[in-house]
Design a protein. Structure first.
Length: 126
């Protein structure tokens, strides 16, 4: 017999997981998301295991709210970006040839607030 408390936590855990999945599916991924109905990322390569995107942001161009699966990013050309996510809004300087990795991003949006075009690669595993 299942203990009622265990069943309750299991049910709550499943509900939280379903809610998280539902909110993610409502947002576009980085390839689908764009800026003012224009794409900002292009699919360079995709197979069953990975996808490589190149995303470019001219000054004043951003990326509408979207989510990311686990990924590695590499800045081909850096600049000044404004990032808004669940933690708030912050301005960051992205250096050319810098890199980062992420276990995934529930949601964020970005805007190029600098004077140079920012371009980076996003490498996702599936």
């Amino acid at each position: 017999m299942t203990h009622p408390v265990v069943l309750r936590y299991t049910t709550l855990g499943a509900a939280a997981l379903l809610a998280a999945c539902a909110s993610r599916t409502e947002l576009p991924d980085p390839l689908t998301a764009g800026w003012q109905n224009q794409p900002v990322c292009e699919n360079l390569f995709e197979d069953k295991k990975q996808r490589a995107l190149r995303c470019s942001f001219a000054p004043g161009v951003g990326h509408e709210r979207h989510y990311h699966a686990a990924h590695f990013g590499y800045a081909l050309s850096g600049g000044r970006m404004r990032i808004t996510d669940a933690r708030g809004t912050r301005d960051v300087e992205l250096a050319t040839d810098s890199h980062f990795s992420s276990a995934g991003v529930e949601w964020h949006e970005v805007l190029n607030i600098g004077e140079t075009t920012v371009t980076y690669l996003i490498l996702e595993t599936k």
